[in-house]
Design a protein around this ligand. Structure first.
Ligand code: G6P
Length: 610
C-alpha cells in the first residue's frame, strides 16, 4: 500500500528510483512521482497512472540529474488519484519534499492550524501537512524539524524527506508503516520493502515504530523520535534478485502459480519428519508445556490468508481436537474476544504488514494470549511482533492476487495440526503416517495439475464471458470455494460468490440459470454424494456445471458440463490441490478478458492502512 524508495550515493539516482518503483508498484499504482536533489535545488515529476507513464515522462522531460532522490507509487487514501495528489509533496517554499505511506489521522486539525498560520495547500492529501509541518519547525536542522513535526502526528507513517536546504541527506522515519534501510558501499537506500534493494545490496536494517534514520553518502545515523541515538542490527536478506523476476512467464501471478510444487516443498523442508511421522517447527518459541495447555486457537487474517485460516480451523479441530475460530483481523479488535494465557492467536499474513492483522496481534498480546505468526516476508512487522512463528518460505510473491502464499500457509497449518495432533494423541500413528506421506506427495501432485494448464485454458475460453459465477464446496473444500471466487473477482472483475454447497438451496439456487456457471468442488470424500445431489439440483434448473473431481471418477462426467481432475489425496489435504485449478481458471479468464492480472484495479498487495 504505497511504495517508497530513496537513494543517496555516488550514482545517478533517477534510474535507481524508477527501477525501484517498478519493483514496488504492486503496493499501489494509481499515481507516481520522483524528486531529485541537485546542489541547491530539487526537481520533481509526477504522473497520474503507472510507473511506465512516469518513466516516459522522465525520459521526455529533462529531469535534474542528482545523486539523491525519492520516489513514490501511490494507492490513494485521501484525495482521488491525480497528478496533484501524487507524492512527493512540497512545503510552501518548495524547499522540502516528502513521500509518505500511511495515514495522518489528525491531518484536518493540523491543516487548519497551518492554514491559519499562512500555509497554502494545493492537494487533498493528508501527506501535504507533513511537508508544511517540517517547514514550520525548520530552524537550520532538517532532522530536528522532521522529528518535531512527527511528534504532532497521530496515525501511521513511513516517510522519506529531502530538502534543498540540506541537499546531502535523506531523513526517514517509521510508525506503523514498513520501512527498510538498504546499506550499500558508500550508498544507502530506504524502501517500503526489500524487493527494490535486492539488485543493490543484501544488507538491511528493519526500522521499528518510532525509529528515525539520517542517511548521507558517508553513512547513517539511527535515532528514536525522542532524539536518543539507537543501535540497529544490520541483517542479511536471503531472497535473490532472480526470485523477483518474471523468469519468462507473462505475469508474476502465473509464475507464482507454477512455483507451487517448489514453494510447498520449501514450506515443509526440514519440518516434515517422514520417519517419525510428525512435524517439527523450530520457531514457535512456546514451551512444550505451554503448547499442551492451549485450550483454544484463534486465527486472525485478511483476504486470501483468511481463507487459508479457515482451512486451518478444519485441520486443527480435525487432527488436534483444539477448539478453533477464524476471525477477520479487522473485526477481531472491535469485538470483545475472550482470550487468556491458554489461548493461542495465530496471525496469518503473506506480507507480514497488513495493518488490521498487525493491530489484532497487538490486541491479542495486550490480552495476554500467546501469539504465533505464519508469515512469508522475513523481518516484516507481524513477524517481529509475534511471540514465535513459522515462515512459509514461498519467496517473493509479487502478483497482487495471492497464490503460492495460500498453499504455503495451508501446508504450514497442516504441519502444525500434525504436530499438535501427535502431541495430544488425537491422531493415531497410522493416521499420522498417512498424513505425513500424503503431504510429502503434494508438490508432485500440484505439478500434475499444472500439467493440465492447457485444458484449463480451454475451459476458461468457454466460461470467460459470463458475468456471474457461483463456487460451491463443503467441509475442507468450502474455504477453497471462497478462495476460488475471490481469485476470479480480484483479477477478472467478474462477480463471483463462494458458498457452502448445502446452503445453496437456502437462497443462491434462485439465481441458477444457463447464464450462471457453478463451479463445484466435488472430490471423493465423505460429503461426495451430497455434493453430487447439489450438482443434480443445479442441472435440473438449467445451470452449467464445472466440476473439480478426483481422478477416476467417471460418474461425475455424466453430470457436469466440464470436469477437471485432481490426483487422489487425503480429504484434509484436498484444498492444497483443489485451489490450483481455480487459480489457473481465474488467471486465464482474466487474461482472455484483457485485465491487468498482476495489478488489478483498486487493489494493493500489502494493505498497510486500516
Ligand atoms: C490484500 C491483498 C490480498 C491478501 C490480503 C492479506 O488484500 O490484495 O491478496 O490476501 O491483502 O494480505 P497478507 O499480506 O496479510 O496476507
Amino acid at each position: 500500500m504505497c511504495g517508497i524508495i530513496g537513494y543517496i550515493g555516488k550514482r545517478d539516482a533517477t534510474p535507481i528510483i524508477v527501477e525501484g518503483l517498478r519493483r514496488l508498484e504492486y503496493r499501489g499504482y494509481d499515481s507516481a512521482g520522483i524528486c531529485v536533489a541537485g546542489k541547491k535545488e530539487i526537481d520533481c515529476l509526477k504522473v497520474q497512472g503507472k510507473i511506465k507513464d512516469l518513466e516516459k515522462k522522465v525520459r521526455k522531460a529533462s529531469l535534474l540529474r542528482g545523486k539523491l532522490a525519492l520516489g513514490h507509487t501511490r494507492w490513494a487514501t485521501h484525495g482521488e488519484p491525480s497528478e496533484l495528489n501524487a507524492h512527493p509533496h512540497w512545503d510552501c517554499k518548495k524547499e522540502i519534499m516528502v513521500v509518505h505511506n500511511g495515514i495522518v489521522e489528525n491531518y484536518r486539525s493540523l491543516k487548519k492550524k497551518l492554514e491559519a498560520e499562512g500555509h497554502k495547500f494545493i492537494s487533498e492529501t493528508d501527506t501535504e501537512v507533513l511537508a508544511h509541518l517540517i517547514e514550520k519547525y525548520y530552524q537550520g536542522d532538517l532532522k530536528e524539524a522532521v522529528r518535531l513535526a512527527l511528534l504532532q502526528v497521530e496515525g501511521t507513517y513511513g516517510i522519506g524527506v529531502l530538502s534543498s536546504l540540506e541537499p546531502d541527506k535523506i531523513i526517514a522515519a517509521r510508525m506503523g508503516s514498513p520501512l527498510v534501510v538498504g546499506v550499500g558501499k558508500d550508498e544507502y537506500f530506504i524502501a517500503s520493502d526489500v524487493s527494490p534493494l535486492l539488485a543493490h545490496t543484501k544488507k538491511v536494517i528493519y526500522l521499528d515504530d518510532g525509529d528515525m534514520v539520517v542517511l548521507s553518502k558517508k553513512g547513517y545515523q539511527t535515532l528514536d523520535i525522542k532524539n536518543h541515538t539507537i543501535k540497529k542490527k544490520v541483517e542479511e536478506i536471503s531472497w535473490t534478485q532472480d526470485q523477483a523476476e518474471k523468469s519468462g512467464f507473462p505475469h508474476f501471478m502465473l509464475k507464482e502459480i507454477f512455483q507451487q510444487p517448489e514453494s510447498t516443498r520449501n514450506a515443509m523442508r526440514g519440518r516434515l519428519l517422514l520417519k517419525e511421522a510428525t512435524a517439527k517447527l523450530g520457531g514457535l518459541n512456546i514451551s512444550e508445556k505451554e503448547l499442551d495447555n492451549i485450550k483454544k486457537i484463534i486465527i486472525i487474517a485478511c483476504g486470501t490468508s483468511y481463507y487459508a485460516g479457515l482451512i486451518g480451523e478444519y485441520l486443527l479441530e480435525d487432527l488436534a481436537r483444539i477448539a478453533c475460530e477464524v476471525e477477520y483481523a479487522s473485526e477481531f479488535r472491535y469485538r470483545k474476544p475472550v482470550l487468556d494465557k491458554n489461548t493461542l492467536v495465530i496471525a496469518i499474513s503473506q506480507s507480514g504488514e497488513t495493518a488490521d492483522t498487525l493491530a489484532a496481534v497487538k490486541e491479542a498480546k495486550k490480552k495476554k494470549a500467546k501469539t504465533l505468526g505464519i508469515v512469508n516476508v522475513v523481518g516484516s512487522s507481524i513477524a517481529r511482533e509475534v511471540l514465535g512463528g513459522v515462515y512459509i518460505h514461498a519467496g517473493p510473491e509479487i502478483g497482487v492476487a495471492s497464490t503460492k502464499a495460500f498453499t504455503g500457509q495451508v501446508t504450514t497449518l497442516a504441519l502444525l495440526a500434525i504436530l499438535l495432533g501427535g502431541r495430544r494423541k488425537t491422531i493415531s500413528e497410522e493416521r499420522a503416517r498417512e498424513l505425513t506421506s500424503s503431504l510429502d506427495r503434494i508438490p508432485l501432485q500440484i505439478q500434475n495439475i499444472l500439467d493440465q494448464s492447457d485444458k484449463i485454458k480451454e475451459i476458461a475460453k468457454i466460461y470467460k464471458d459470463h458475468k456471474n459465477f457461483l463456487f460451491l464446496g463443503r467441509g475442507y473444500n468450502l474455504p477453497v470455494a471462497l478462495e476460488g471466487a475471490l481469485k476470479l473477482k480480484e483479477i477478472s472483475y467478474i462477480h463471483a460468490e463462494g458458498y457452502p454447497a448445502a446452503e445453496m438451496k437456502h437462497g443462491p439456487i434462485a439465481l441458477i440459470d444457463k447464464n450462471m456457471p457453478v463451479v463445484f468442488i466435488a472430490t471423493k470424500d465423505d460429503v461426495y454424494n451430497k455434493v453430487m445431489s447439489n450438482i443434480e439440483e443445479v442441472k435440473a434448473r438449467g445451470g452449467r456445471v464445472l466440476a473439480l473431481a478426483t481422478e477416476g471418477d467417471k460418474e461425475i462426467k455424466k453430470k457436469a458440463n466440464h470436469v477437471i481432475y485432481l490426483p487422489k489425496t487425503l480429504q484434509a489435504l484436498t484444498p492444497l490441490l483443489a485451489v490450483v485449478p481455480l487459480q489457473l481458471l481465474a488467471y486465464y479468464i482474466a487474461v482472455l478478458r484483457g485485465c491487468s492480472v498482476d495489478q488489478p484495479r483498486h487493489l494493493a498487495k500489502s494493505v498497510t492502512v486500516e
